[in-house]
Write a protein that binds this ligand. Structure first.
Ligand code: UDX
Length: 449
């Protein structure tokens, strides 16, 4: 397609209203805009992105059933179920309006907007799914209903069947599966089943990952799906304007500028995880007793029943004085690419995991729910670029893990492996590299619709 024709084409994108989903969708939209497409962003009023950061996109708010203002520790399962039910009509009207203007080429939906397939189909509009997780995590989610039907997900810790490999994702054992232990587990499994089912119907799937990282998983995905898939590490292809919902504390970068190379452990548990006060204490004492330098992003609302730092143990500031700072929200990508950062203690949300790998930073993994368990297992046992603490957050274990990662030989080995992955991703971005080709193929695919 020549560029004058491409300019006529509009893509409608619809991000799920969570930080970890808004970032990759707007990064992808920015990439496609840079390749000549016009972008319309349909979004809920809840967790609305800031249009002034993207003056070249058009924004179309739709009503949702979430009357409350964004919560600092949201319940994603409840919200996903609710908005999939309540947004059908407003979304359909909005999409009809955009389509009636005549230039919409296709619609790109977050995989968790599972109601959108039938709306797009009724309008005769091709629907491409953007999946936030890794390919491995998607395969794990796709295997969940079988495992659940066969009783595997109700096994108790220690049962020998927990050690069985999951045939759909062989590096994973039953114990690594994203078992959901929430009070609304039934809703969570239903959300996942619908997400998988409706994703499989899409014209194509775009994953935020890169080929060299997940070659076997991509091969398995291709056996399960007829539609094409594209693997693109979005944030490496376009340094988009910030889509952060919280203000990023830039003073952390000047603090990092004064620290020795690779000496700082960056700590963050993402935008959704919430923990109790006891777990916060274990993290705090792990940091204090390890002796390591650290930059800790404590999101307001991270700790149940606490505004911000009220539950930090007394004596913590004195014990860590001069070698650690706490902020509310970090400019994470800048932090991870800073030469002073030598490790990342993370919940293993997929964006965080990928951002860390792309900068060659090894990890300590403390997964909390969902795909985070799968990501943690790949980090520690498949790519070998981190230590997996599983569900445990005990101060002795934390302290040892920090030392191991930051100053011991094991950590050095993981850092070398992470740097090799970084080199692979950088090579993929060059002309003829895997990511560069995937991007060209995606543009060709969209243009052919
Ligand atoms: C959620 C789920 O928790 C995760 O399992 C799933 O894979 C994606 O959706 P979230 O908890 O927000 O994600 O974590 P993550 O996927 O890591 O995304 C967080 C995003 O916020 C990242 O892009 C990160 O760069 C950004 N961030 C995080 C900041 O900008 N500043 C911070 O202080 C922390």
């Amino acid at each position: 397609m020549d560029s004058s024709k491409k300019k006529q084409c509009r893509l409608v994108v619809f991000p799920l209203p969570f930080q970890g989903h808004i970032n990759p969708m707007l990064q992808l939209a920015s990439i496609l805009h840079s390749r000549g497409f016009l972008i319309s962003v349909v979004h809920t009023r809840y967790n609305s992105p800031n249009p002034s950061n993207y003056p070249h996109f058009s924004f179309h708010p739709i009503s949702d059933a979430l009357s409350e203002s964004p919560h600092s520790a949201p319940d994603p399962v409840r919200i996903i179920k609710l908005i999939n039910a309540s947004c059908v009509l407003p979304f359909r009207r909005c999409l009809e309006g955009l389509v009636s203007e005549g230039d919409v080429k296709c619609f790109i939906s977050d995989a968790n907007w599972y109601f959108t397939h039938s709306v797009a189909a009724a309008l005769g509009l091709p629907r491409i799914v953007k999946r936030t997780s890794s390919v491995g995590a998607f395969l794990a989610f796709a295997a969940l209903s079988r495992l659940r039907d066969e009783g595997y997900l109700s096994l108790l810790d220690g049962d020998s069947k927990m050690e069985e490999a999951v045939e759909e994702v062989p590096p994973l054992k039953v114990k690594d599966m994203p078992v959901i232990e929430m009070y609304n587990a039934e809703d969570a499994y239903n959300n996942i089943a619908k997400m998988v089912e409706e994703t499989k119907k899409a014209s194509a799937i775009i994953f935020n990952t890169f080929q060299e990282l997940e070659q076997p998983e991509i091969g398995r995905l291709n056996q399960q799906l007829e539609s094409p898939n594209f693997t693109i590490p979005f944030h490496k292809c376009f340094s988009a304007a910030s889509s952060s919902l919280l203000a990023q504390d830039m003073s952390s970068i000047s603090w990092l500028d004064e620290q020795p190379p690779k000496s700082v452990l960056y700590v963050s548990f993402g935008s959704v995880v919430a923990m109790d006060g006891a777990r916060l204490l274990e993290v705090a004492w792990g940091l204090a007793n390890s002796g390591s330098r650290f930059l800790w992003a404590v999101r307001p609302g991270l700790v149940h029943g606490s505004e911000w730092l009220e539950m930090l143990p007394s004596g913590f500031s004195e014990a860590t004085s001069g070698r650690g700072i706490i902020i509310k929200w970090a400019p994470q990508q800048e932090v991870l690419s800073h030469p002073s950062v030598g490790g990342f203690w993370t919940h293993c949300g997929w964006n965080s995991t990928l951002e860390s790998i792309c900068e060659g930073v090894p990890m300590i993994c403390s997964p909390f729910f969902g795909d985070q368990f799968v990501n943690a297992r790949y980090v520690s046992d498949v790519w070998r670029v981190g230590l997996n603490l599983h569900k445990a957050l005990e101060r002795g274990g934390n302290e040892n893990a920090i030392r191991k990662l930051m100053v011991e030989r094991d950590g050095e080995e993981m850092r070398k492996k992470a740097m090799l992955l970084k080199e692979k991703i950088d090579a993929g971005l060059k002309m003829g590299g895997s990511t560069n080709r995937a991007l060209d193929e995606l543009i060709g695919f969209i243009s052919s619709l």
